[in-house]
Design a protein around this ligand. Structure first.
Ligand SMILES: [Zn+2]
Length: 329
């Protein structure tokens, strides 16, 4: 589709580990001499993407099977720079994404401490700067992610780095990663408070799987501006009312929800998403990582319209929500 027919789009929820075109990942892996499970490109493409039929049932399964490889391939400053640059440029060319927030965990890309974290982050910033230089129509920003499986100290370091590079293009803080037994999000509240106070945007992955207690408390106590996924709120009238009142923005990622198996069917998705909308919750549509889930913002729109989940006017409204909710100044 030529750009001329495409509206300006905003992507707020995109993981670097799921966003790079497989042939670019293949070349990066080779330039770094990474030992891959196969010498055949097509096996590699299969390894780092999810088709409809693959039947994953949780974020943990996807993390172990796919992110393990993509993060390994991206574990050097050079790899991170090339990756970030390719995603922001690609988003503009393919979908006219002019507001692009890209998130990644630098500590999952430093080979367990072998590489310097600052080098990884500065390489990401350089990749972003180079992309924006090539495509000056785009505004881009990076979100640093903490991880549920990390220690408090590790997460604290990630916040410190986000603050250090706040004026260089790091626009927000997030926590992701699969559910971990015994993990308590409340322990990280002091870090969230500090991030907010220092002017970093705060978006937290919650309400994607597991129970709703965590999200209820987070919304009440921390009041993040945005929530990654958060669709489980559809089960709780009171929580939806609170989200609407606070104008908290949910970053929905339809295709990812189906591929990761956190929403079991299109019919279930229709009920969940429409309930959120009817209750006045502010929604945005995102990919979660276009290449891993073999999608993009244009395809997400087509899918939602074709399945009768939302109409084009509603999706335009979600795009406007995203334009307003961006952390990029
Ligand atoms: Zn995500």
């Amino acid at each position: 589709m030529p750009k001329i027919n495409m509206p300006d789009r905003a992507e707020l929820h995109n993981h670097l580990g799921a966003a790079v075109d497989p042939p670019i990942m293949w070349s990066i892996a080779h330039s770094q001499g990474i030992r891959l499970p196969s010498k055949n490109y097509w096996d590699f493409e299969d390894l780092i993407t999810i088709d409809v039929a693959e039947g994953y049932n949780s974020v943990a399964e996807v993390d172990k099977a796919l992110f393990y490889w993509t993060e390994l391939v991206q574990s050097s400053p050079e790899a991170v720079e090339t990756s970030v640059k390719s995603v922001i440029g690609g988003g503009y060319r393919k979908c006219n994404i002019v507001i692009h927030e890209l998130r990644f965990n630098p500590m999952n890309r430093n080979r367990s401490g072998e590489k310097d974290l600052d080098h990884i982050i500065l390489a990401a910033i350089r990749g972003m700067d180079r992309a924006v230089q090539e495509y000056p129509q785009v505004k881009a920003g990076l979100i640093l992610m903490m991880d549920r499986k990390f220690t408090f100290t590790q997460n604290e370091i990630i916040l410190a780095k986000a603050l250090k590079y706040k004026n260089r293009g790091i626009v927000g803080l997030d926590i992701a990663g699969p559910q971990v037994q015994g993990f308590k999000l409340t322990r990280l509240y002091p870090l969230f408070r500090q991030a907010k106070k220092s002017g970093l945007g705060l978006t937290i992955h919650t309400g994607e799987e597991g129970n709703l207690r965590e999200m209820r408390d987070l919304v009440k106590v921390i009041r993040p501006e945005r929530i990654g996924h958060g669709f489980l709120a559809w089960q709780d009238q009171h929580l939806m009312k609170e989200l609407a009142r606070q104008k908290t923005v949910l970053e929905l990622c339809p295709t990812s929800n189906l591929r990761c198996g956190v929403i079991k069917s299109v019919a279930a998705m229709k009920e969940i998403y429409q309930t959120l909308y009817k209750n006045g919750v502010k929604l945005t549509i995102n990919t979660d990582g276009p290449e891993m889930y073999r999608t993009n913002l244009f395809k997400e729109r087509q899918f939602l319209v074709d399945q009768g989940i939302f109409n084009s006017k509603q999706i335009d409204e979600f795009n406007r929500n995203a334009m307003k909710a961006t952390f990029i100044k």
